[in-house]
Design a protein around this ligand. Structure first.
Ligand code: FES
Length: 73
């Protein structure tokens, strides 16, 4: 297929978090360990609250959190 200039309308990933904002950006200071949401379903976004499990069960998706730990000196 030739490259098309037609922009495809894709489905939104974010359907509930800060929808009036042009871009959702979060900055947090890390202390020890943080578990960040990557499914956009968490009520505590940007932190994971386990909502990905319900989403995965309902959709067959396999999303999960990003777990970040601070490097110990
Ligand atoms: Fe979104 Fe856990 S709630 S990754």
């Amino acid at each position: 297929l030739a490259h098309s200039r037609v922009r495809m309308q894709a489905e939104r990933i974010n359907t509930q978090i800060d929808l009036d904002s042009p871009k959702v950006v979060n900055m947090l200071e890390l202390e020890g360990k943080a578990v960040y949401c990557r499914c956009w379903k968490s009520a505590t976004f940007p932190l994971c609250n386990g909502a990905h499990a319900k989403h995965n069960e309902a959709t067959g998706d396999n999303v999960g959190p990003l777990i970040v730990t601070a490097k110990k000196d």
